[in-house]
Design a protein around this ligand. Structure first.
Ligand code: PEP
Ligand code: MG
Length: 587
């Protein structure tokens, strides 16, 4: 077969670096196969729960299809929406449901029962002489894949990635954060996917793992197959499928050059102060998602961990971690980071990091997410805070609550913290009684009441990933609106200024742990806005430090002041590009 060479796909640069390798294509038909093979005997007393699990998956799939129907109807019209109607009919076919339930009653697990029933239907359709029936087999498989995803979905991709033993680049239509966590496996060199934006957690994880990644490629999954050669250029957001010999050589050289440059820069800057030419000091922290990254944080010379995202303890698990799980997880990090601080964010489940308690939300980004989930199910927070406090006896920890949208939420969380402290004292367990508590400012309502919030916290950290999403009404995962997801929107810059001013008025420090802090293009503005601390992807620490060390604080302040006067984004870009802080001078 003739294979077109050098097919170029342009997407969104999610994580820097270059990777060259062979594709492992995550195809959802594998999900189907592995579900069929994953036969499990269900004991008599668990069969009702298994049936309930199946019904819940059907309900969730129906809901997804209803949304899809509306979408297709408005985008493509009634004729196309009928395809989705057919899928709904397949989903609710009473005969199919009855047969699956019968098999569960006999002790088969839901996945296996479903595949068994469906295989029978598909075989009879395939053998039919009726073209219409033959074509319906594709629809049936489609619906079954959706149900299987809702039954046990995320784990299947995880298994494929875990068991892969070749150096590969993952290509897929989509990857969830929990899939990406498994890419920590040393064989995976990068990934390219059809959907997603720069601040999706899949992209953020890639940065943490220092894996080159391109997202929002729209159609790469239609072209790439397992075994194809591919180049990922995570700096430019470009993917080259079946590269020519010439392209491979060119990118191999680039890759080598970049590695040498990074190593040299790290060596030159690691031990220097993070201060401007006029000696104004800043702090650079790292954002991490797991223990494995701590070594790299220290090697890059960060002053601590400004954001430890703790959700990944939950994502590949079915139950809530115990206080002991939390303690063990944190104490190892804290001991290794000593004497530097570790800021542990209490869990931010929801959004694109779904756990069983929040997975039925119709709109997870506006649903039972983060602190709301914890306040509704306080045991989640009690376990976590107990683990954190116990670990605080072994090194410097600060606690940070995510998604605080009102002073009441902050107080409710602090009440739980006080109770946990009280219990530990009663049991004579040691902990840091003066542990500092801060909040992430990432919901617009919190900015509007920032003057009150700062009175009751020890520090704040700006979560621009969500702040931008909620302030501008732009889904951070949606590649179709990626252009509107804009840190330079005047509203966002004014939000940031207000947060910093209110915090400095009461003498507390402001950090930024959203991706805006990791992007060198924004560093001069953030310096000029007098941000105190940058909490960034490990791979960006040296780059941000280099910029800070080349800037005059006084000049940056004037620069930021001019920018804040603009209400038009184009004016802002013009000021940046014509100033000495434009990209060509600093990156
Ligand atoms: C943010 O919203 O900016 C942030 C750092 O949190 P997360 O990306 O985990 O939502
Ligand atoms: Mg956030």
């Amino acid at each position: 077969m003739f294979i077109k060479q050098d097919m170029v796909f342009n997407g969104i640069a999610a994580s820097g670096g270059i990777a060259i390798g062979n594709v492992i294509f995550i195809d959802e038909t594998v999900l189907y196969l592995s579900s069929y093979l994953s036969y499990k005997k269900i004991p008599l007393n668990k069969r009702n729960t298994e049936k309930l699990r199946f019904y819940k998956a059907i309900d969730k799939t129906r809901y997804e299809l209803q949304i899809m129907y509306k979408k297709v109807n408005s985008l493509l019209g009634y004729k196309y929406a009928q395809i989705v109607s057919v899928h709904m009919l397949i989903l609710d076919d009473p005969e199919m449901i009855k047969n699956v339930i019968e098999l569960i009653n006999l002790g088969f697990n839901a996945e296996h029962s479903l595949c068994k029933v469906i295989n029978k239907i598909i075989n009879s359709f395939k053998n039919s002489k009726d073209n219409y029936l033959q074509e319906r087999t594709i629809d049936i498989q489609d619906v079954v894949k959706k149900i299987l995803h809702n039954l046990s979905g995320l784990k299947h991709n995880a298994n494929i990635l875990k068991h892969n033993k070749h150096y590969t680049i993952v290509v897929a239509h989509n990857l969830d954060p929990s899939d990406t966590v498994n890419m920590r496996e040393k064989y995976i060199k990068g990934f390219a996917i059809d959907i997603g934006g720069k601040t999706s957690h899949t992209a953020i994880l890639a940065q943490g793992l220092e894996l080159p990644a391109v997202v929002g490629l729209q159609v790469i999954s239609l072209y790439a197959k397992t075994g194809d050669t591919v180049i990922i250029d995570g700096n430019l957001g470009k993917v080259i499928l079946n590269p020519s010999f010439h392209s491979i050589v060119k990118y191999q050289k680039l890759c080598k050059l970049q590695k040498t440059k990074n190593k040299q820069e790290l060596k030159n800057l690691r031990d220097f102060q993070t201060e401007t030419v006029d000696h104004h000091k800043f702090t650079i922290y790292a954002n991490i998602d797991n223990y494995d990254e701590v070594q790299s944080v220290l090697q890059h010379g960060a002053y601590g961990i400004g954001l430890y995202r703790t959700e990944y303890m939950y994502l590949n698990n079915n139950c809530i971690p115990s206080e002991e799980d939390h303690f063990i997880n944190y104490v190892n990090i804290v001991k290794k980071m000593n004497p530097y601080v570790t800021i542990i964010r209490t869990v931010d489940l929801g959004g694109d990091k779904l756990f069983k308690l929040c997975s039925l939300d119709k709109n997870p980004f506006l649903g039972l997410r983060a602190i709301r989930l914890c306040l509704k199910y306080p045991q989640i927070l009690i376990n976590q805070l107990t683990g954190i406090l116990r670990a605080s006896a072994y090194g410097k920890i600060k606690i940070m609550y995510p998604m605080i949208s009102s002073i009441e939420e902050l107080r409710a969380a602090n009440n739980i913290l006080d109770n946990v402290k009280y219990d530990l004292r009663k049991k004579c367990v040691k902990f840091d009684d003066k542990i500092e508590v801060g909040v992430m400012i990432e919901v617009p309502s919190a900015v509007m009441v920032i003057d009150s919030i700062v009175q009751e916290v020890d520090f704040v950290s700006i979560g621009t990933n969500d702040l931008i999403q909620y302030a501008l009404a732009v889904d951070r995962l949606n590649e179709n609106v990626a252009n509107s997801y804009d840190p330079l929107h005047p509203a966002i810059l004014r939000y940031i200024r207000n947060i910093i001013e209110a915090s400095h008025n009461v003498g507390i420090n402001v950090s930024m742990c959203g991706e805006m802090a990791s992007n060198t293009y924004y560093t001069p503005i953030l310096i000029g806005l007098e941000l105190d601390e940058f909490s960034v992807a490990v791979s960006q620490i040296t780059k941000i430090k280099k910029i800070i060390r080349n800037i005059s604080f006084i000049e940056a302040k004037i620069f930021a002041k001019n920018i804040l006067q603009c209400s038009d984004k184009h004016e802002i870009i013009n000021i940046i590009n014509t100033s000495k802080f434009g990209r060509k001078n600093y990156v």
